[in-house]
Design a protein around this ligand. Sequence first.
Ligand SMILES: NC(=O)c1ccc[n+]([C@@H]2O[C@H](COP(=O)([O-])OP(=O)(O)OC[C@H]3O[C@@H](n4cnc5c(N)ncnc54)[C@H](OP(=O)(O)O)[C@@H]3O)[C@@H](O)[C@H]2O)c1
Length: 295
Amino acid sequence: MLQHELPLPMAGLHDVKALMKTLPPSIHVLVTGASGGIGRAICFALIEQARKDGANIRISAAATQPGARLEQLVDELRAAGAQAGGVAGDITDPAQCAALVVQAESQGGDLTALICNAGASGPGRLADMPPAQWDTTFNLNTRSAWLLAQAAREGLSRTRGSITAVASMSGLTPHPGYGAYSAAKAALIMLCRQLAQEWAADGIRVNTVCPGMIRTPLTEAVYQDATTLAKRESLVPLGRIGRAEDVGTTVAWLTSPGASYITGQNLAVDGGISDHMLSLIPGRPGKPPAGQAGP
Ligand SMILES: NC(=O)c1ccc[n+]([C@@H]2O[C@H](COP(=O)([O-])OP(=O)(O)OC[C@H]3O[C@@H](n4cnc5c(N)ncnc54)[C@H](OP(=O)(O)O)[C@@H]3O)[C@@H](O)[C@H]2O)c1
């Protein structure tokens, strides 16, 4: 019998360690908002990243409620090569945040990554916004990430894992008419920087991404209007509206070994729009007047 064929109880510690090294690493990721536009793309990008890294992957796909949509996603993830299971809970409720992590861990063990993607914007002027709208926006977009992270911390510290949260360009730049959302996403970015500092000693990395204008089922109605689409594209230095996959591949990379020395960072996935404001100022020296752009 060859050394590596020894049954584990008969093998020495050295043999077990050697055997472990030959096994592919295992990844277990909890993704919130997994059946939404960006969440789906994150799940499939994680599978692709795991394939590149030679790892086995399990995805715990979280939705607000169980049901056919979540089951279909789980089937698709399995067909794409992952182990997958669905978990459900409303993340504006602290108890359900903790329960989501417990469900995921009971299905697949300690998490190696937590992706806090679920969130939603909603219009509302600060002048007359009811406090309940402010609270819901913060509970969904900001507090949930902290509570999910708290629940996952012990497991993540055992796996030296990571947390990545999906914020928004609205968290980098004020978004008039979306006062609570903008403030909540800005707070999410700082929360993650804070967690990165507090939990670095546990080996847990924490980062955020800020999508710009991304075409997802949530925003699709806006892009059905060709004039609005063209106007929006003209504001993006890279000349196009983002795809959910643009965000997905970035998030997947941030969870991967390739990003193992990155923590406390925010990465805008926005085609350059967040930095574009100064290009819009008319009449600057060296800039042709509007409508007289040179070749
Ligand atoms: N699309 C963009 O242009 C854009 C730009 C910047 C930032 N973002 C951010 O990107 C993230 C994903 O957005 P998306 O465009 O993919 O939107 P989406 O398709 O509406 O997905 C949002 C997801 O959040 C989940 N969710 C909402 N409320 C929840 C709750 N109370 N408890 C648990 N889950 C909840 C939803 O789950 P269920 O479907 O199960 O209810 C949904 O799957 C959000 O954080 C959003 O703020 C998006």
